[in-house]
Design a protein. Structure first.
Lengths: 135, 119, 145
């Protein structure tokens, strides 16, 4: 368990992205009746999966402590993809928001968010345990 | 047969000759104690030392941690929605590590104890 | 930061729907009003929603940063119905014209009730979302505890 914990960074990134997704969902729900408003989606899964894979396979081995750790920096530059849902059903005033769909997405987002926070706590708890048990 | 008189006692003693009580039992060749207990036999004595055993265990604990890390990364990237399995893997890694830490502390205590011994 | 913006967006949704409820209540209450300050019968009103980019701070507005993925909602205007009022034959009504017809507001109470229900449900959806966002923020506070 080293300080450059790739998993912890991945969890933190996922938490941040899910917060951003909550923004988009809130925006969709608030504008569920706004004429002409198109429902938006936020995707981060692909970008994050790619960052994780790259770190695993293509990270350069660092032998000299003076060499930079090239792989892990990839987490700081991840950007999510925000786009209008192309499959939205257009209602008579041009609005494509389906409130039931948005509520379902929100529920899933919250559940995964809670799980991620719990995992972060577990990891931090382990680090604290190690620090406390040094004799 | 209850013993009610001296004559009966003599009769009993004659029936069971004292010399019979202490007769040499010869060990038969095929009744080899050493073969019965595999830990004592030469051939199956383990060649691993305690140090190797510890190193193996540390490797297993590390493997469990790696499994937990991979599971968490897969949840973070949305690839896996299998929360209960992930949390189970994390708990396993947690418990294994704490157990190993306890063993480590005990080994260190034992070492210190030995070093305290004055020669 | 992001979660606070979400809460502001949900709050804007609640506010807009509350305003809409007000307008619908006004319609229902005035379904029989034949005299208004502007003269003539009450005209049906409708609240029109519009979205605008949710801006967090004054500095963001200054820099013109438009974060297009998060839009808050507000009532852009309250439009009055331009359709002519319904003429009802009622010669004994104090506001009847010379032919005995009274100009009544063209408000269909059934439609207004349906709109009211919809506005209420939308309000509740925004409220639920607000609570979910609040829950996320509280969970985040538990990190490391």
């Amino acid at each position: 368990m080293d300080i450059n914990d790739k998993t912890l960074k991945a969890l933190a990134s996922a938490v941040k992205f899910r917060e951003m997704r909550q923004e988009v969902i809130s925006s969709n729900i608030a504008n569920a009746e706004t004429p002409g408003f198109k429902a938006k989606r936020l995707d981060f899964e692909e970008a994050l999966a790619r960052a994780l894979d790259v770190d695993g396979q293509l990270t350069m081995k660092v032998n000299d402590p003076k060499h930079f750790d090239v792989g892990n920096g990839g987490f700081n530059n991840l950007k999510p993809e925000v786009y209008e849902d192309p499959n939205g059903v257009v209602s008579e005033n041009g609005n494509t928001v389906d409130i039931q769909d948005e509520m379902a997405r929100e529920a899933e987002n919250k559940l995964m968010y809670d799980a991620l926070i719990q995992m972060i706590n577990k990891k931090l708890g382990m680090k604290k345990y190690i620090l406390n048990s040094e004799k | 047969m209850a013993i009610n008189s001296v004559s009966q006692m003599n009769q009993t003693l004659k029936n069971y000759d004292v010399s019979n009580w202490t007769r040499n039992i010869e060990l038969k060749d095929d009744f080899d104690f050493r073969g019965q207990f595999s830990e004592l036999s030469e051939s199956s004595r383990s060649t691993k030392s305690f140090g190797d055993f510890l190193a193996d265990s540390i490797g297993k604990v590390n493997q469990l941690q790696q499994n937990a890390n991979v599971a968490m990364e897969r949840v973070a990237s949305g690839e896996s929605k299998n929360l209960h399995e992930t949390l189970l893997a994390i708990e396993k890694a947690d418990l294994a590590f704490r157990q190993m830490n306890q063993i480590r502390m005990k080994v260190i205590d034992a070492y210190k104890e030995i070093m305290k011994m004055q020669m | 930061m992001d979660l606070l913006k979400s809460m502001k967006i949900s709050a804007s949704g609640m506010r807009a729907n509350l305003k809409r409820t007000e307008v619908i209540n006004s319609n229902i209450a005035n379904a029989q009003t034949t005299r208004t300050a502007e003269g003539g019968p009450y005209r049906r009103k409708q609240a029109v929603f519009g979205s605008e980019p949710a801006r967090d701070s004054f500095s963001e507005i200054l820099e013109g940063e438009i974060d297009a993925h998060a839009q808050s909602v507000h009532v852009t205007e309250v439009v009055e119905d331009t359709k002519p009022p319904i003429l009802k034959y009622d010669p004994h009504h104090p506001d009847a014209n010379k032919d005995g017809y009274v100009a009544m507001p063209n408000i269909n109470t059934m439609i207004e009730m349906a709109d009211l229900l919809q506005a209420q449900r939308a309000y509740e959806a925004n409220l639920k979302t607000l609570n979910v966002t609040k829950g996320m923020a509280q969970k985040a506070l538990e990190i490391g505890r």
